[in-house]
Design a protein around this ligand. Structure first.
Ligand code: ADP
Length: 384
């Protein structure tokens, strides 16, 4: 009887053990499937930094990055390149001091920068830390999206700042001629003015009005360009005719300033008629010559046009104040003059060159400047 009871108990215990073993195997298989099925790096180590467990993904990634095939028993510290040990050993030590934490690393690879995030967890048995486990993931996509967002934010802030500076300058640009108009209209009311004085005041009012109109035209043009509403009107255009017009239009103003004005190059009769937008080409030349006059106090302003392959190249050269190298690109951007803190005392809304650049690009050409600070500038543009 006792024997039978004993056998029964043994059988029961054996069955219990068997089902416990089966349960453990199922759990083990599930955990392995999860750990091996993930794209993340998973590894665990003991107090001697020896690998207790490592998944395939981490084995493969580590081999790819450092050329070493890791497996259980290998020391994580010895496997690392010397240079990285001072970074990683303290991390493993922190886990062994029972700390849980996450770090982010930036790694340069031949395929570009990758970003990884690693979470460290102590493994505790009966109240004692016997090792640590690590969970690493590649967060490059998220990181790049974050960086892109940050850049977009900075660029929006920068553009906001430029617009505010532009508005402040614009208010000044509009208020100055407006004050001229109102102030001198007031003075004109005085019945005792001489004819000469009257003429002078009226001329100031006219100049202020013209300056105001210029600014308003520029604002309308740049808004149209930005809204994509500016259109071109391509027709047969006689370039020599255009150059002659610019010359006779500006000659009195340039010479009144004591500067020599020279139309240096024009085109042969075979080349002078092209299909382009006459008004826009004229507007750009006017802008460039006006600037040359504005920023030149003595010397020469010369301009012209010559053929270069299938393009025409125009230039306007002056002996004025010149443009420092670090500003030669920025001056073609809208709002920029407004942002220059130490700008010389010249009027201008800083839109002329931005409009010119937009026009030339619309017409299939290019615009650029060559300048030596204090020696002069030469602006060039091409048209097909
Ligand atoms: P602005 O109305 O201020 O003249 P522009 O867009 O025409 O606006 O020019 C932008 C800036 O480029 C000017 O403020 C000036 O600093 C510089 N600039 C343009 N042309 C010349 C030039 N011929 N000589 C020196 N500086 C120039």
């Amino acid at each position: 009887n006792m024997n039978r009871n004993l056998e029964k108990t043994v059988e029961e215990r054996t069955n219990e053990l068997l089902s416990a073993k089966q349960a453990a195997e199922t759990i083990n298989a599930n955990v392995t499937a999860i750990i091996e099925g993930t794209q993340n790096n998973i590894w665990a180590f003991n107090r001697n930094y020896e690998i207790l467990y490592i998944n395939n993904v981490f084995q493969r990634d580590f081999k790819q990055t450092f050329g070493v095939w890791l497996h259980p028993g290998v020391s994580l510290i010895d496997a690392l390149p010397e240079a990285l040990r001072p970074l990683w050993k303290p991390r493993y030590d922190r886990v062994l001091r029972n700390e849980q934490f996450t770090v982010e690393d930036e790694i340069e690879t031949p395929e570009g920068t990758i970003y990884i995030q690693v979470t460290f967890n102590p493994i505790v048995n009966k109240g004692e830390v016997i090792g640590g486990s690590c969970f690493g993931s590649n967060i490059t996509e998220r990181k790049l999206a974050e960086l892109e967002l940050k850049r977009a934010k900075e660029s929006a802030e920068e553009s906001d700042r430029l617009k505010s500076a532009f508005l402040a300058n614009m208010s000044h640009e509009i208020r100055t001629p407006m004050n001229g108009i109102l102030g001198f209209a007031e003075l004109l009311k005085n019945p005792e003015l001489t004819g000469e004085e009257q003429k002078e005041f009226i001329s100031i009012i006219e100049k202020s009005g013209a300056r105001m109109l210029n600014i308003i035209n520029d604002i309308v043009d740049i808004s149209q360009i930005e809204a994509g509403l500016m259109q071109t009107d391509i027709a047969e255009t006689d370039i020599n005719d255009l150059l002659a017009f610019i010359y006779s239009f500006f000659k009195p103003e340039v010479e009144a300033k004591g500067i020599k004005f020279i139309l240096r190059d024009h085109l042969s009769v075979h080349d002078c008629c092209v299909y382009t937008d006459r008004d826009k080409t004229c507007a750009v030349l006017i802008n460039l010559v006006k600037n040359a006059i504005k920023y030149t106090d003595f010397g020469t302003i010369e301009f012209g046009c010559f053929r270069k392959g299938n393009f025409l190249e125009f230039y306007v050269r002056d002996t004025g104040i010149g443009i420092p190298a670090d500003r030669q690109e920025a001056i073609f951007e809208r709002f920029v003059q407004a942002d220059i803190a130490d700008k010389m005392a010249h009027q201008g809304a800083g839109l002329g060159l931005a409009i010119s650049k937009a026009y030339i690009e619309m017409l299939g050409g290019d615009i650029w400047v060559k300048s030596d600070d204090r020696i002069g500038s030469s602006f060039h543009f091409t048209l097909p």
